[in-house]
Write a protein that binds this ligand. Sequence first.
Ligand SMILES: *Cc1c(COP(=O)(O)O)cnc(C)c1O
Length: 369
Amino acid sequence: MQRPYNFSAGPAAIPAEVLEQAAAEMLDWHGSGMGVMEMSHRGKEFISIYEQAEADLRELLAVPPQFKILFMQGGGLAENAIVPLNLSRAATVDFVVTGSWSQKSQKEARKYASEVNVIASGEDSGFTTLPDPARWQPSKGASYLHICSNETINGVEYHELPDLRALGCDAPLVIDFSSHVASRPVDWSRVGLAFGGAQKNLGPAGLTLVVVRDDLLGHALSICPSAFDYKIVAENQSMYNTPPTWGIYIAGLTFQWLKRQREGTASGIAAMEQRNIAKAKLLYEAIDQSRLYINKVAPNCRSRMNIPFFLRDETRNDAFLAGAKQRGLLQLKGHKSVGGMRASIYNAMPLSGVQALVDYMREFEQLHA
Ligand SMILES: *Cc1c(COP(=O)(O)O)cnc(C)c1O
């Protein structure tokens, strides 16, 4: 069955193979007589699902042994509080603001840290560029420095993570990688903690991934809820309370799907990265070569995952969206704070989907030239 191409920013498309497998196993997982949603999280069936998912993710993202992988709940927004509750030590924390998500993060941290410094911002450019890390001046003694490594709404992405040690800063780097996790490798030597909601690129909403370096555990503020204390969650293999079992299962199927992907000699995340580069190139070139569409983000900061674009004639927005829907190109409307269009092209979007979008955009442009 050829499904429509779904460009939603999140919750977003999930590979059809994953959904088909989940459907086939819905009533009876591997002869257990139970569906995954009906199992005890402490039973051997679910423990095996959990352990496989964790091992596959560790392999795919090459997570070093000194990092814990936590499967939590609350989404990216809850992490905006949970991170300072665990890492701020009620002291100074630094933020680089590059769009809507990092803006929200720094506001929330003010409830828990004694001082929040926005040490660099892309606001002057309307969040179309990233401030150059070489010019950042981290605060002395900051507990951590937070960035959003892919701004889902504004469409800007760090193509290399900042090297804080090169800036003479030994604070751990915290990254919100919700919307590009598993789309490219992560340089863990530069990261202290990474978090992301699953619903962009890993699975269903309700699961939140946290990858945290061991030395950052055990410093939670006394007001931190126990279920959100990373040390307690880690000591209990993410089962201090009931984890989002369904989300872990679907993410696990997605990890296995990722492991099967090949591009030439590359596999897994390396294959996805190649495919994601090709998809983004196809769409950005189509936008840049057209006279109707425009993307305002500086080329070296453009996201491979979330591509906002505008029609120069905005009176045609509704016609554009209606025609897209007719052709099976879904959820292209831009975020309400930005307007225009946005194509989110996560791992589950094949090159053929981007090609179909580009073909439609050309056709629409010709019709309305
Ligand atoms: C979607 C998103 C969030 C918010 O996630 P919720 O699960 O809705 O809390 C946070 N950060 C980024 C970068 C996102 O894309």
